[in-house]
Design a protein around this ligand. Structure first.
Ligand code: AMP
Length: 172
């Protein structure tokens, strides 16, 4: 039976700051059937894409990306916040509402011509995923597409990630 996954995503108003509705996926992770269905639906939404690695964006992208990589029997590459990875990295900065942030990936994470599916829990403005795509390009990899559990349609992140394909399971 198909579950309504939104029942397992809790809305937390004004977190982490006033005016933001935080989409909390921890109830979904805690329910075995809902977590399994979320991974199954991410898999279905991206099954026709060709890629050799899944990239997960720290930190909730690790949960969905690693589970999907196991299901698809492909490798997993973490993209992390600065200064967490131990070897030589490439780094991309991106704009936040106030100031900027950065993401890093091991510079040898890709062999030229390999392609990646980039996975995160939520697509909001798309700035984080766009920076992840630039990191793949910097290490000579190709982006096969993006997959998110949740897409906040009203923020228009999908347009920012075009022409790459974006697949999302649940929309708000
Ligand atoms: P953005 O770069 O604007 O697309 O923001 C995406 C990143 O911020 C993802 O890693 C999400 O985990 C997180 N994020 C943004 N908005 C929300 C939200 N309303 N609820 C939960 N996480 C969010």
């Amino acid at each position: 039976m198909t579950l309504n996954l939104k029942e397992f995503i809790h809305d937390v108003p004004d977190f982490p700051k006033p005016g933001i509705v935080f989409r909390d996926i921890t109830p979904m992770l805690a329910d075995a059937r809902a977590f399994a269905e979320a991974i199954e639906r991410l898999d279905e939404a991206t099954r026709d894409l060709k890629y050799t690695r899944i990239i997960g964006i720290e930190s909730r992208g690790f949960i969905f990306g690693a589970a999907l990589a196991q299901r698809r029997k492909c490798g997993f590459v973490p993209i992390r916040k600065p200064k967490k990875l131990p070897r030589a990295t490439v780094r991309e900065t991106y704009a936040l509402e106030y100031g900027e942030d950065a993401l890093e990936m091991h510079e040898d994470a890709f062999i030229k011509g390999e392609s990646a599916l980039i996975v995160d829990d939520v697509l909001a403005t798309g700035g984080t995923a766009e920076a992840a795509a630039r990191l793949v390009g910097r290490s000579a990899g190709d982006v096969a597409g993006f997959a998110f559990l949740i897409e906040l349609d009203f923020l228009g992140g999908r347009a920012r990630l075009a022409p790459h394909r974006t697949s999302s399971v649940v929309h708000y």
